[in-house]
Write a protein that binds this ligand. Structure first.
Ligand SMILES: *Cc1c(COP(=O)(O)O)cnc(C)c1O
Length: 419
């Protein structure tokens, strides 16, 4: 196979990496199969039919496709109800609608997994000072700090919840752009148990971005009341062109729907335009695509460990999302990595990623992605702020073989630069 110029040393190391990850890849295969069957069952139980693939205009009353799609997601997420809409413009938007849907002036939101993801902070009102934030509506934000090593401080979490009795206990599953570990469903379960024991009335909300279909167990079946995420990540299967979801307890989802549209109309309106077909297709592919992204992450972790780099998670660690962190150690290697990823993509392979200033970042950032849906991070992408520890955050790949190619090219660029 010689369509691409991959360094001989990388080819050898890749063979070894595949051997190392064999069991892990088989385990992911098993999860893919389980979730694919669950998805098809969900389509059947929601009675999905050809006419559902066509959308509506105007108010979108009685859009049967929209209603069936909500049922599909509710089933696969073990939820009582779901709100899946193309007009959630991002994961941040879905999370924000969920927060505003449920919180009222005077309420407290307690984040028990440290500082929330960058873009949520301005919606909460802890960064910037934008009108219309939760803070502007007199909703209080409190936070339990992580341990210095990034792990959860379970004792402090328990005492904070018991003391503050917050309206919402907020959990973020994925690491975001931090180096703290991602939460697996087992840790989410433990957090829910702690929350229930110390404040039974609190609503447990999860930022589930990047966490969908990672395992056979979904967070709503281990104690989470409500969660939200982006269709431009795992659950869109690389096909949904945009959108987001909220899923959970029926009454909570209804409150969120009143916030997304209006109190009274809620889920009953909202034209789907021509989005239904792609949202259904995306859902159908999502369990498989998520598994392919996971396999790519596991392979990258093994390959770079063999090449002498520190990785997180390790190839054989339990995983809670699709993100792979590789510590490359200097700016040049970070740039070579991103060039390699870009050179393996089907779209925009001729582009050279170069570091630049980004709003909201203190250092320059370099990003690589050859994506069919602009900004989709279930497609293979890598990004890195150019500062210590000079790590790249890599995620995605619609299929393992293309992901593996990108990772091998990234390794090649680094090795050839070294000599
Ligand atoms: C991606 C992500 C979000 C939402 O980001 P959007 O870019 O708004 O879709 C929220 N939280 C975490 C942890 C994320 O990774």
């Amino acid at each position: 196979m010689s369509f691409f110029d991959i360094d001989e040393r990388v080819i050898k190391a890749s063979e070894k990496a595949m051997e190392l990850c064999k069991d892990k890849l088989a385990e992911i295969d098993d999860i893919q199969e389980y979730n694919q069957q669950k998805m098809i069952k969900a389509f059947q139980l929601a009675d999905v039919r050809e006419s559902h693939l066509w959308g509506s205009t105007g108010y979108g009353y009685d859009d049967a496709g929209r209603e069936a799609l909500d049922k599909v997601y509710a089933y696969v997420f073990d939820a009582e109800d779901a709100l899946v809409r193309h007009n959630f413009v991002s994961g941040t938007h879905a999370l924000t609608v969920a927060l505003f849907g449920v919180l009222r002036p005077g309420d407290t939101m307690l984040s028990i997994t440290g500082m929330p993801y960058d873009t949520i902070r301005s919606a909460i009102g802890i960064e910037g000072d934008y009108p219309g934030s939760l803070k502007d509506f007199s909703i209080k934000f409190e936070m339990t700090e992580l341990n210095p090593d990034g792990t959860l401080d379970y004792d402090k979490i328990a005492s904070d919840i018991a003391e503050k009795k917050p309206k919402i206990v907020y959990i973020q599953r994925s690491r975001g752009y931090s180096t703290r570990p991602t939460l697996t469903w087992r840790e989410i379960k433990k957090l829910c148990e702690i929350s229930r024991a110390n404040s039974p009335e609190s609503i447990i909300m999860l930022d589930n971005c990047y966490g969908e279909f990672i395992d056979k167990v979904e967070p709503l079946s281990v104690g989470v009341d409500m969660m939200a995420g982006s269709l431009i990540k795992n659950p869109g299967g690389g096909i949904a062109p945009t959108g987001g979801y909220i899923a959970g307890k029926k009454e909570l989802v209804e409150m969120c729907a009143y916030r997304l549209t209006t109190p009274g109309t809620g889920k009953e309106i909202g034209a789907t335009l021509n989005a239904n077909r792609e949202l259904f297709m995306g859902a159908y592919h999502a369990p498989h695509v998520t598994g392919e992204a996971l396999k790519t992450a596991v392979f990258a972790s093994a390959l770079f460990e063999i090449l002498g780099y520190e990785t997180s998670p390790k190839y054989n660690d339990a995983r809670g999302d699709i993100i792979q962190l590789i510590m490359l150690g200097n700016a040049e290697k970070v740039c070579r990595f991103c060039e390699g990823i870009q050179s393996g993509s089907a779209v925009d392979s001729f582009v050279s990623p170069i570091p630049s200033d980004m709003p909201g970042y203190e250092s320059q950032v370099v990003m690589a992605a050859g994506a069919f849906t602009l900004g989709s991070s279930i497609e293979l992408s890598a990004d890195a702020p150019l500062r210590e520890p000079y790590a790249v955050w890599m995620q995605g790949s619609l299929n393992f073989h293309s992901g593996k190619l990108g990772v091998m090219l990234a390794a090649s660029k680094i090795l050839r630069d070294e000599k």
